[in-house]
Design a binder for this molecule. Structure first.
Ligand code: SF4
Ligand code: SF4
Length: 406
């Protein structure tokens, strides 16, 4: 049997008896998936954390071995194990590289709940944050109040990065439930707002409505939709109530569009072929002959979010969309295979690794000489934007060339 350097003597010790029960009953699929890993190591050089630490325990192969060991009760679920799993960005670059198509994320998801149960401390803060994400309207109200009050300077050190990520002076979020098509109607779509994005990425949401309406699509914005549940799943919490609410909110709408690829990934397994990244939809949409697109002189470098590239496999669509702009030179940002480090709440929980990855990304941003960096995920945009990069969603760049003035 492969032994990982972290494996301890054959002592099984779960602090919480509930974990032990969950471990025995729910791991069979994950163990089966982990067993499909043939330890070839072809994923290693694609893993950002392995490239940084050069430790097998911080590689996909190492983590799969560790998780399998814990699930089979061969090694303990202890602090050292958690440290290596927590350092994973869940960027899924390993899945993309794996010739055997091992579903790494499925194995990781099976470990989330036991890991979170084993952790001590900060449970209250985590629970309060997740509750707030489940109530996006309240989150938005609190966020706006916070921005007005200037309370940012009183935040404790660990939460300071959150304040720098919050953009100021954005338009309000779309409050109407229907935005009708202009001219002859070509179709109807739903728009997913997200939770944090309705506070931090209203520019993209408004730009999406602008472009869709002008092409001839009526946009439905169900106001009772909620968070996609990605962070809940990340922290081993039950995201099902959120999924159910979103499915109900969008019932009767055949095509739902997401402007943030990480949320689109999270919802895609539940919306079964009904949810699309907006760049993909726009590339395949009709009505472009109606659009007058003014030229853009300069270079746009495209940052490919891991969720769009490794999971949705839709990294080509933003290029195709931006190439509709006359004069624009659309190029990939060098180093697109590596995560920027934002990864949901990763930048807060693993600031050292996240900032090291962001350093690499910012080096490429400077090297690109681009006027604008385009990205389809709000988390990446906020993280890179906090370091001063001019980052916009491809839809915003396009909308601005078609008369969108915000
Ligand atoms: S998800 Fe990303 S960080 Fe995690 S093991 Fe795979 S490649 Fe490495
Ligand atoms: S590439 Fe796939 S099979 Fe090979 S070590 Fe990585 S996860 Fe395992």
């Amino acid at each position: 049997m492969t032994r990982d350097p972290l494996s301890a003597p054959q002592v099984i010790y779960y602090h919480d008896p509930e974990i032990a029960v969950a471990m025995h009953s729910s791991f069979s699929n994950a163990i089966h998936e982990a067993d499909r890993c043939v330890s070839c190591g072809l994923c290693l050089q694609n893993c950002p954390t392995y490239r940084k630490t050069l430790s097998e325990a911080d590689s996909p192969r190492g983590r799969i071995n560790l998780m399998r060991g814990v699930m089979k009760e061969e090694i303990p679920l202890n602090a050292r194990f958690i440290e290596h799993i927590d350092l994973c960005l869940d960027c899924r670059a390993c899945e993309k590289a794996c010739p055997n198509h091992v579903a790494y994320d499925a194995i990781l998801r099976a470990m989330r709940k036991p890991i979170e149960k084993e952790k001590k401390g900060r449970r209250l803060l985590k629970r309060a944050s997740l509750n707030l994400l489940s109530r996006p309207k309240m989150l938005e109200r609190i966020g706006r109040l916070y921005l007005k009050s200037g309370m940012g300077r009183f935040l404790p050190g660990k939460l300071k990065p959150l304040d720098t990520l919050l953009p100021r002076g954005l338009p309000g979020f779309p409050e109407k439930t229907v935005y009708p098509a202009q001219g002859e109607a070509l179709g109807e779509v739903g728009l997913f707002l997200g939770c944090v994005a309705r506070l931090t990425d209203t520019l993209t949401l408004n730009a999406a409505i602008h472009v869709l309406n002008r092409l001839g699509y009526t946009v439905h914005v169900p106001q009772d939709q909620t968070c996609c549940g990605a962070l809940h799943a990340r922290f081993g919490e039950n995201a099902e109530p959120l999924v159910t609410r979103n499915l109900e909110a969008f019932s009767g709408i055949d095509v739902v569009l997401g402007t943030s690829s990480a949320c689109t990934v999270e919802l895609s397994s539940f919306f079964q072929g009904r949810i699309f990244d907006i760049s993909r939809f726009l590339c395949e949409a009709k009505g472009w002959e109606r659009m007058e697109i003014s030229p853009f002189e300069g270079k746009i470098a495209v940052h490919e979010p891991c969720s769009l590239r490794n999971v949705l496999k839709g990294q080509d669509y933003p290029y195709r969309l931006l190439e509709r702009i006359p004069g624009a030179s659309v190029v990939p940002l060098e180093g697109n295979g590596q995560c920027c480090g934002s990864a949901g709440s990763y930048f807060l929980t693993q600031p050292e690794m996240a900032n090291s990855l962001l350093d690499d990304k910012m080096e490429m941003v400077c090297k690109s000489g681009a006027r604008i960096i385009a990205t389809s995920n709000v988390g990446c945009a906020m993280f890179m934007g906090a370091r001063g990069a001019g980052v916009l969603h491809p839809v915003v760049i396009l909308a601005r060339q078609t008369g969108f003035v915000k």
